[in-house]
Write a new protein. Structure first.
Length: 72
C-alpha cells in the first residue's frame, strides 16, 4: 500500500536540462519521490512529495525547486 500525502498539490519542479544525474536528491528524499533513470533524475511520483525541501537543498545544480518560482 502506498500512502499519499495530498493528491495533486505538490509544487516540486525539475529542470531536466540542469540535472547532471549526481543523485544527491534521490538519496535524501524520505519518500522516494525521485528516481534515477538513464543517468538523469526524474520525478517518479509527485503525489508522494511532502515538500520538505531536502532535494532542493541538496541539488548543487539548482535543477529542483518548490513553489511557484524556479526551474521547470
Amino acid at each position: 500500500m502506498t500512502i499519499v500525502y495530498l493528491k495533486d498539490v505538490a509544487t516540486l519542479k525539475l529542470a531536466a536540462e540542469k540535472c547532471t544525474g549526481c543523485g544527491f536528491c534521490v538519496e535524501v528524499c524520505p519518500h522516494q519521490v525521485l528516481t534515477t533513470d538513464g543517468g538523469k533524475v526524474s520525478i517518479a511520483d509527485l503525489d508522494l512529495c511532502i515538500e520538505c525541501g531536502a532535494c532542493v537543498l541538496n541539488c548543487p545544480f539548482d535543477a529542483l525547486s518548490l513553489g511557484n518560482t524556479g526551474p521547470g
